[in-house]
Write a protein that binds this ligand. Sequence first.
Ligand code: KG4
Ligand code: ZN
Length: 338
Amino acid sequence: MPRILGIETSCDETACAVVQDRHVLSSVIASQIAIHQRFGGVVPEIAAREHVLEINTVLAEALARAQTNWDQIDGIAVTLGPGLVGALLTGVTCAKTLALVHDKPLVGVHHLEGHIYSVFLADPALEPPFVCLLVSGGHTSLIHVKDHGVYQTLGQTRDDAVGEAFDKVARLLDLGYPGGPAIQKMAQSGNPKAFALPKGTVDQPLDSSFSGIKTAVARLLQKDPLLNRADLCASFEETITQTLGQRIQLALRQTMLTTIVVAGGVSANQRLRRHILDLGTTYGWRVVFPPLDLCTDNAAMIACAGGERFKRGARSDLDAKVFPRASLDSQPALDTQG
Ligand code: KG4
Ligand code: ZN
């Protein structure tokens, strides 16, 4: 089984990991959250510079913790996109240099494919087909994973991603960045039925819209700046959770599948996890989440996805290009030597 070094620098985490056969040997993440916090979000130029400063230390730490030397590495997987171009370039340049110096094959990975593969690190026996609800800071998609590397997007958000909605609502409430964990904490003591918020339904039942919920929260706060914030956070989480639960039911009915995996930063949310597990018990689904520490961006998921591609013969050229945007269905050819 190939032992893969993974490198991820698409946004604000500098991450390296070693993964073998869907098992994490090491996963090291240098988070830039504290640096971006005072700006209320990620500043691309600062993110790019921080990756340059951190990458060598993170790499050395990942190899040391995995007790792995270069002879034991079979391939290098790196996020080629989507993400911030300046940030991506650091990881990709590092990966290409290591591939050249140590004569190792390079495998490019789509960041969202990485998130999907994070669930294999929780359940190594899992195999497609299944439906994946991908909920991160940039994406909210229901994806039919037909086979390894074969994806069909069934539905997505028309505007804000779910994680983005968490971050924007947290900003309205002065809870800081990133918003998800802060809202989850505040919501713990709140009443989830206190406020009725828009459910984000649109004409296509598997699509959704989350910008209205943020606007509704802003209006409520304008009307009454002293309203109960715990209740508001709990109602916000509950509305999002119910909406996503309904979409999952529809997607599983449409595809006639019974396995749902939830990935991306928002899959760390406890209320969402509980609700989907409850639905799974009611309807007899297999429900899989990534390990809690691998929900947000990390390199273990990139190494895992890269390892699967590697086993199927995928290889990328040393002149493979980073890409800032691309859906999973129409991703650029990653396997330039396949
Ligand atoms: O997957 P991720 O690390 O980055 C992207 O690829 O976008 O996701 C980050 C997002 C942020 O919007 C953050 O607020 C959200 O995940 N998040 C959460 C939780 N932890 C992180 N949202 C809700 N509940 C959480 N516990
Ligand atoms: Zn991500």
